[in-house]
Design a protein around this ligand. Sequence first.
Ligand SMILES: [Zn+2]
Length: 233
Amino acid sequence: MQLPIQSAPQHSVVLPITGKKVKFRPFLVKEQRNMLMVKEDSKADLIFDSLVHMLESVTEADFKIDSLPMTDIEFLFMNVRAKSVGETQDVQYPCRQKDCSGTLNCKVDISKIEVEKPDTDGRIELSKDLKVQLEVPSAKKMMSVIDLNEQDMIKQLMLICMTKIFDDENIYDLSEYRDSEISAFVDSLTMEQFGEMAKFFENLPSVKLPMKGICDKCGKKDDQVLQGFVNFF
Ligand SMILES: [Zn+2]
C-alpha cells in the first residue's frame, strides 16, 4: 500500500508592490533545513539564490520570483514562513549601550510586518523640461549590483532602472537605445540631478519588523527594526 502523503494546503497573498496574487503552500522540513544550512554560509548572494529556489518550489506563479522587487520577495517569504513555522520568531541582537556586550532576546510577530512605500511614482524632474522615469529594480537586478561601491551601484541602477526620458518635444523609450547611449546620458547629468535620481534608489520600498527586547546584561530596553531578507530566516 502506498504511504499517505499530505496534500499541501493552499494559501494566497497579494504582494504589496506589484499587486500580484501568489498561491503558496508551507515549506517542508527538508526545505527549511536546506535554507538554514545555506544561512550558515552567510553570503548574501547564496542566501538569496536559495531563498528564490525555495519560493519557486512552494508557489504557483506565472512569473519568475526573482523578477519581483526585493520587497515583494521579502513579504512573500515572511508570509510563507508564518504559515510554515508560525507567526512568531525568536531573534537575538547585540546591545547598543556603550561598553555592554549583552544580547537582547525578543519575539517578533510576523503579523506586525510593515511595508514602507515611498510616495513617488518614479518620475523625477531633472529640470523644467527634462524628466526621467525610474522603476523599482527587480531583486535580480538588485543582486547584480550588490558588490559595487555605493556610487557605482547607484549609477548602474540608473542604467538598468531608467525606462523613459521626457523632454519638451519627445518621449524616449530607453528599450530602444543602447547601453552606451544611456550611459552617456547619465554621465551628462549635473551632481544635483544625479543626487535627485539617487534619492529614488536610497528610498526604495522596504519590509520592516519592529523588535522590542531587554538586554540580558545591563537590563536596558531597546527598540530596533529588523529588515533585509538575510535577517528574516
Ligand atoms: Zn546591555
